[in-house]
Design a protein around this ligand. Structure first.
Ligand code: ADP
Length: 602
């Protein structure tokens, strides 16, 4: 329905209520006035006629009627007409219809009046006012004719008349005055109507504006109460409502912020969908894990935002079975894979008194288990690797000891050869166990209180490491060249750092061809100290580099074993670097050589 404004409605109604009666009264009044005025005029004409009857009867003596008297009648008529302030026309007509006197016309020009209705009425003894156009004066007149009798005989008719235009002129003057008064009253009514309508509608308009402000969320400005009882109580009620609304909104916003803060601080990803699988909330962690924008996903379908069939299945399953479910999701991030553990449950609305209400959708909690799974794999690989590494020398030792026991010990040359092998395998066992112990110690130290660091000269450490490797290097005719500023100092654990550098130099010697050179250098810039070991050996393929520092990871197992490697050297290097708060890196090109670097904080 089309809505109309209150002010014009009030104003128009007010105007109609005022003007319609005014108009009706004016119209009715002017009609009544006209009738009254006509009646009064007719009565006056009748009275005047009657007043003149005696005089005219005296003049009209039918027996004595001669032309002299006739003239006399006409003169009297004209004299009376002149004296009349109301411009009354007086006519005297004989029963034959001949006009013998007229105050306005020339009687000789006037025709026989016997046929005139008022004359005929009077001759018949009826006196009634009549209005018609005078053929003599050519204007509309009101006539009243009375018979002139003498001894019961009608000797003539006396007619009085006035021009209707005179009556109308008088009436119209009155009407104009009435109209003027009406216009003044109407103008006053318009003014009063405007004032009253505005007085009623203005507070309502203000209330409307205030309520609109409330609707837009501005609850701070109160509505002015006004002086009308009903509007004041409405404004007060609205003000109370706004205050209550403000309080509730503040509480709700506070609670929502708290919840938001909790959800955003969570490491686990949380996402909620409604029963139709439209997203109703995603926390920062979930957005990060799923690679979506947390702000832009609300209200969109889960399938649209996250293209993961298993997540979709999980949510559908929970919504269908109404029971919690879990699954593992694999998300591809470029070349990397991320593994998420997803636990999904039914999401219930909060019912009265914080009881759980009807089902609202599903809630999924995502844990990033990529690192955990990787650690688990590394651990199980480690156990398998340790077992395997230990099993090889033990099998060999066991084999040779059994061979000896089976009789070989009675042949001295075999005995010595076999015992040397057993001794070598025991050394290898020892080396593996030594390396494992070193690693485990390093891990424990780093985890507990950290290793003890002291300011020391880097060159001293590097020289000591070169000294340790000298024998092996000279066996392969490899020259180890050292470049290091003598004054370079840092917070280090000298023994550990020496071990790390020894591992790197011995690898460089191991994997370099005879007579090659190995460069050892230490440099420092503003942020870090870097110790580099550069060789021109066999190099390492790009695909091996990411896992090179893992325990027991070897590019070529057979070759490493043959060269006496345990596969733990680089793992020890990495741990030592980390224990110093730094890291270990490698750059390598197959067949050209490798550069292993220790980055230590400066
Ligand atoms: P290993 O005792 O087998 O040398 P490491 O942990 O020290 O074990 O090294 C792991 C693997 O990295 C080695 O098996 C080898 O394949 C590769 N490697 C290490 N250093 C070098 C190097 N300087 N040049 C080429 N390959 C190397």
């Amino acid at each position: 329905m089309r809505r109309r404004r209150l002010f014009p409605q009030l104003f128009v109604s007010y105007l109609l209520v005022t003007l319609i009666p005014l108009l009706a009264v004016t119209l009715y009044g002017s009609g009544a006035l006209r009738d009254f005025y006509y009646q009064r005029t007719a009565d006056a004409l009748k009275d005047r006629a009657r007043l003149l009857t005696t005089q005219m009867t005296g003049l009209l003596d039918s027996g004595l009627l001669d032309s002299g008297r006739m003239e006399q009648v006409d003169v009297v008529c004209k004299e009376l007409g002149r004296l009349s302030s109301s411009k009354t026309r007086i006519t005297v007509v004989l029963p034959s219809g001949v006009v013998v006197g007229d105050s306005k016309g020339t009687i000789d020009d006037m025709g026989n009046h016997k046929g005139r209705a008022e004359i005929a009425d009077a001759l018949a003894g009826r006196v009634r006012p009549l209005v018609h156009t005078s053929p003599t004066l050519k204007q509309k007149m009101m006539y009243v004719a009375v018979p002139l009798t003498r001894s019961g005989e009608t000797i003539g008719v006396l007619r009085t008349s006035v021009a209707v235009t005179d009556i109308d002129r008088a009436l119209s003057a009155i009407r104009w005055k009435t109209l003027l008064a009406g216009a003044v009253v109407a103008a006053a009514a318009v003014g009063l109507g405007l004032w009253t309508s505005r007085r009623i509608s203005q507070p309502l308009v203000q209330l409307k504006r205030g309520a609109e402000r409330f609707a837009q969320g501005d609850l701070s400005q109160k509505l002015s109460v006004g002086d009308s009882e009903e509007i004041a109580s409405l404004a007060e009620t609205l003000n109370r409502m706004a205050a209550e609304l403000d309080r509730r909104i503040r509480t709700a916003v506070g609670e929502r912020n708290q919840r938001q803060a909790i959800l955003s601080s969570m490491v686990e990803g949380v996402l909620a969908v409604d029963s139709e699988q439209y997203l109703i909330g995603v926390n920062q962690a979930a957005a990060r894990l799923l690679g979506v924008d947390a702000e832009a996903v609300d209200g969109r379908r889960l399938q649209e935002v996250v293209r993961n069939a298993r997540l979709e299945q999980l949510v559908t399953q929970v919504l269908t079975d109404n029971e919690p479910a879990e699954d593992e999701l694999i998300l591809k991030e470029g070349a990397e894979q991320r593994l998420l553990r997803a636990n999904a449950t039914i999401l219930h609305d909060v019912g009265p008194g914080h009881a759980s209400g009807p089902r609202a959708g599903a809630l999924v909690v995502l844990h990033d288990v990529t690192r955990l799974r990787k650690l688990e794999r590394i651990r199980s690989d480690f156990v398998a690797n340790v077992s395997h590494e230990l099993k090889t020398p033990i099998t060999s030792i066991k084999g040779f000891v059994e061979t000896l026991l089976d009789g070989a010990m009675h042949q001295p040359e075999d005995t010595e050869r076999f015992l040397r092998i057993v001794a070598a395998q025991s050394d290898r066992l020892n080396e593996i166990i030594e390396d494992l112990l070193t690693l485990s110690r390093l891990e424990q130290d780093t985890q507990r209180a950290g290793i003890s660091l002291q300011r020391g000269r880097i060159r001293d450490v590097l020289e000591a490491a070169v000294g340790v490797c000298e024998l092996k290097a000279s066996e392969k005719n490899v020259a180890v060249k050292l470049t290091c500023d003598a004054e370079l100092r840092a917070e280090i654990n000298a023994a550990m750092l020496e071990q790390a550098v020894v591992n790197l130099i011995s690898n460089a010697v191991k994997y370099s061809p005879e007579g090659a050179a190995v460069l050892l250098e230490a440099t420092a810039d503003l942020s870090e100290l870097v110790i580099r070991v550069r060789d021109h050996g066999c190099g390492i393929g790009l695909e091996h580099l990411p896992r090179l520092f893992e325990r027991f990871y070897r590019v070529d197992k057979a070759r490493s074993r043959k060269l006496g490697g345990t596969g733990l050297g680089l793992a020890i290097v990495k741990h030592i670097a980390q224990a110093h708060g730094g890291s270990a890196t490698v750059e390598s090109t197959p067949d050209e050589g490798s550069v292993f670097s220790l980055h230590l904080p400066w």
